[in-house]
Design a binder for this molecule. Sequence first.
Ligand SMILES: [Zn+2]
Length: 1012
Amino acid sequence: MQKTQDITASMAAESASQSTSPLTPLTSAGSQSKEIKHHPSFEPIQSHRIESLNLVLHEFRHSKTGALHYHLEADNSENVFLVAFRTVPMDSTGVAHILEHTALCGSKKYPVRDPFFMMIRRSLNTFMNAFTSSDWTAYPFASQNKKDFNNLLDVYLDAVFFTRLDEMDFLQEGHRIEFMEADNPDTELEYKGVVFNEMKGAMSSPVSVLWQEVSKYLYPTSTYHYNSGGEPQDIPDLSYQQLKDFHRIHYHPGNAVFMTFGDIPAFEHQRKFEQQALSQFEKLDRTISVSPEKRYLAPIAVEEAYAYDVVGEETIEEKTHHVISWLLGPCTSLDEMMKANLLSQVLLDNSSSPLRHALEKTDLGAAPSPLCGLEDSNYEMCFLCGIEGSKVESASEFEKLVLDVLNDVATNGIAEEKLEAVLHQLELSQREVGGDHYPFGLQLILHALTAAIHRSDPATLLNLDPVIDTLRESIKDPEFIKNLVRELLLDNQHRVRLTLRPDDSLSQRKDDAEKERLAKIKAALSEKDRSDLIQRAAILAERQTQQDNPDLLPKVGLEDVPAEVKIPQSIQKKLADISVTTYQQGTNGLVYHEIVCELPALSTEEKSLLPYFSACLTELGCGDKNYLQMQEWQSSVTGGVHAAQSIRACTDNTQSLQAYYLFSGKALQRNNTKLAELMSATTKNVRFDEYERIAELITQMRTQRERSVTGNGHTLAMTAAASGMSPVAALNHQFGGLVSIQAIKILDDSHTDKINVERTAKYFASIYQKIQQSTKSYMLVLEADKEDDILAGFESIWASQSTTMQKDSSMSHFVLPEIHTQVKQMWIANTQVNFCARAYATVSMEHKDTAALAVLGGFLRNGFLHTAIREQGGAYGGGASHDANIAAFKFFSYRDPRLSETLDDFDRSIEWMLKTDHESRQLEEAILGVIGSMDKPSSPAGEARAAFYNALHERTPEKIQAYRQRILAVSMADLKRVTEKYLQQGTPSTAVITSASTLESSGNLGLEVIHL
Ligand SMILES: [Zn+2]
């Protein structure tokens, strides 16, 4: 759910919610000798082996302060550290969030202004960030290099326990007032501050507002009532003293939870915790916790508004959200949590689940709400469901719809095989080794953190196997689910129905209120106040340009970089009729199938519908099954099947490309043959006659895409700016960029006439038919010791099919026209913050200059853009990067209050690069950054898939290794040369995303204005 703020813009969704279980202790009480070695300042509490995750969880307590340490001992060299504090603010000033930022602005041992971002550059970390959630603040990092891990640990421990909390940092990160022209007291006042702007951006997302409003009513008296990230209108109420007080109470070891994962022994961690921090603290005399919520005795219905700035011709009539939520029991009760999880999955898992089915089919709204499911990280859990794209007056009809479904389940129950499918999903998600978005160890830690924060047992949260067995027994009783839906939902009076309606003048009123507040402050300023403000702004600006001595911080260097990049090796297996590429990886009992076809030539219409075709393909019926039956089939034997196109430029020429079509699926090993059977059906028998379903899916996609702008605006702006550089760049814009948002609106609107839905379906069928005729190849990711069985099962399905391995020479390939055009666009969207992007044409992967261009991106960000755009400009983020796939060098800003000034900063960074004498340290840091991102591990299956698709697109291990060598050899002269050649002498393409009101005040900056 939308409840966590982070310090850098790299946040992905938290791992899917799971549940809890009882555990058998690894060592019985008294057999202390078997316990893991620990530091004498800590005492062991318990140890549990968790079979399904192949790790041992140890719990320790620091004797003097009571700090907790959970160590997940695993044979994994990507070690993870996290320290979390319970933070339970009772207002919306964002105190916990501003503290999270300010704590990372220098400490006793590391008195530099910005150790967090300085360390990012001097490290081989695979993850660094800081999070503020609704009831905790956490500082995690991960690294595969032990020296690096210990460097980061030193800096993190000092940052959280011995932070300086300089008032200047509070002003920079939190909030302050300045004159619009900082040295001119005749200009208006304005609010500035990183968190202030960050939250303006975050709260311009309707889904964030929706979650905040639901919480406000569902939790009337506890900390969840407030916005821990901070509401822009409340942030200025926070004083520096309040920030310091909050730190003193909350950032104490007695309120801390340490969590570690990996192969570094617990003892080593504890020695550092003790020596560098804990030994200097006494016991804390107060306990921070969340108390149970006051319960409503009857359901309530409320209405709130969110700001919606109308763009172009659109109307706001159908932009209303309705959500119903129930407050459930505490997440510390394993039993409650498990049952709630089961019920939530039964109701919402897929399109054939009763509640999701109703929310998808209803004409009351366009799509199910993004807030659907169980939220189990707050102390007391809640269950939510809703619709978006609705009308205000549909509220009670919507409520009736939901209650009717629940009553039906309470009366008629759910078929046992459907319940079994849900348990199968829980089992599969428990077993799957993740790590594609977050380090795997961090996923586990974040999952277990809720229990640790609320003083329950994290071990139970990490092991589902025993509890799934218990539930398998429970569901045999037909009354079980019926009782559950009554007990948790129908009879539960703490229920809130929220209607969130759009208000097209709310952002104007908010602006006016802010201006009025500032005008009052200004009117009350004395002569001295005014000169103080001017002086303070000057000091802050001066301070931001100061270079701290980087030698105050520990570092790793190029000497610590491994010589080679690790790429999983494939094995070719010749079976009787087919040839299969396999990768042997530690998948923990799962198997992954990939069927690859060459993408054939498509007509213009087919091409424009390809992304929608892909999104719909595995959501439709197949053979004699309708889509609901297909959803049930998928849910009972797989962990999901997907279809997608994979189109990349050639490595030596970005104007030409290679295109494939993929079918992917995963399953528990015992379902290997069933998965093959299902995927075979998906490549052969998909039906395109379910017109209503197709129209519904397109509408759901549209609502998703429309709200993607505030979270993903920088990518959308960069994709637009680069869209004239190469055919693949143009296609990215067409398939996933701003143009695609316009296109899906038009497509969806056209579907009000059923003839047009049939037309879409007809094109889908013709794309499908062409793909079927193309050559297929096969790839499997599996565990070595199961290989023979898996291959035999796979072959039994696929070999019987008359797939010709001979290339059909008459088939023509997917091609796109060459393109070289300059882009100058200003996109007007419903947003309160801006996103700026600029792109320059460069060269493809094999060209000798790509290495220098890749290093240049980090060099400009570290040395110039971060300071200019984030620290001074007040944006949440800004940077530059090279994309060899589309041959473009791209600048961007993220959630930016400025527009033309940021574009000027992009230009100034080029000048800075060319005219400044730089230190060799800066070059080393930029190279480390590129190498670090190349070496970032992902999941075992994800690494195999990446290797396979890289090889398919001619990014062979040899080419990747050679590229890595060229990165390591980049010199300062190379950087200046490519800056001059591609940027200074290049033609910039520009795209920005902004609001109608900014267009009004700033003009179009010479850009073409396009309404989204
Ligand atoms: Zn933040």
